[in-house]
Design a protein. Structure first.
Length: 270
């Protein structure tokens, strides 16, 4: 691994250790992991890998089925949080989604819940998902779409963010079915995709959403850190995030939003 790549990985570890992503996952999107586990058909006795698992949003419900589960992530702080709070028995392993430390064909199911999408080099990460899955095994992914709320949040933050490293691709592309199918290629069959929404009602008003993400969500914190010395840009981003939440809100007394994601399942070609 070259020095530039090392620096990129170190930057990602640092970003995801900012704030408190484990509490965000538990408080705002707790159901997504269970959705993915059901779609993958995980059952007792299966050998399962959760890639970019964070604190185990998908790995823990997979382990509850009786499957043998490895939760892997680049950021040790997220794994430690998962280890402390998990109510199921599973293995926690520090690992880079673009260079997984597992054998070829090792797992019956390979999952990722809004995780692998943040690996900067999409093809490298997709190659690893396929490599470690056994022939006939399941690859199941749940990722935010470009058009949905979180995809639009990243588009809103982009003008205020530092430039991405060379070769990095935008995370929400993993929510584009054509992009993901191109990444996986003819190495998979029985590809199924569906766009779904998770209803978010954790916030009373748009400002509450903005302030929560400013304090809990690593990518948002990193963007604000980048513009901390420019009060005008901070104010502009504050207002843009409030407008984004307002524009995606239903007509209800408190803030209720639908956040779109792509659910994809495929079988590795035997």
């Amino acid at each position: 691994m070259g020095e530039k790549t090392d620096a990129v990985k170190a930057g990602h570890r640092k970003m995801w250790a900012l704030g408190d992503y484990p509490s965000l996952a538990a408080e705002v999107i707790p159901s997504l992991g269970e959705v993915l586990v059901r779609a993958a058909g995980v059952s007792s006795g299966d050998c399962v890998l959760d890639v970019a698992a964070g604190s185990g949003n998908a790995a823990v419900p997979a382990a509850r089925t009786g499957a043998r589960v490895v939760a892997s992530d680049l950021t040790p702080e997220l794994l430690e949080a998962g280890r402390e709070h998990a109510d199921a028995d599973l293995e926690w392993r520090e690992a880079d989604a673009e260079a997984l430390p597992f054998a070829d064909d090792e797992f019956d199911s390979v999952l990722s819940c809004v995780g692998v999408m943040f690996a900067p080099h999409h093809q490298a990460a997709a190659d690893e998902l396929v490599r470690v899955c056994r022939p006939g095994g399941t690859i199941a992914l749940l990722n935010w779409t470009p058009e949905g709320f979180i995809g639009q949040m990243f588009a809103t933050m982009k003008p205020y963010a530092p430039p991405p490293p060379p070769g990095a691709q935008p995370p929400p592309l993993w929510g584009d079915p054509d992009h993901v199918q191109t990444l996986l290629g003819d190495r998979v069959t029985d590809v199924r995709t569906q766009r779904e929404n998770i209803q978010i009602d954790a916030f009373d008003k748009p400002e509450d959403f903005r302030d929560y993400f400013k304090s809990r969500y690593g990518p948002t914190i990193a963007v604000y850190n980048n513009i901390a010395d420019d009060p005008d840009k901070v104010t502009a981003l504050d207002e843009a995030l409030v407008h984004l939440a307002h524009d995606h809100a239903r007509d209800t007394p408190t803030l209720t939003m639908d956040w779109e994601y792509l659910l994809l399942t495929a079988r590795k070609t035997p």
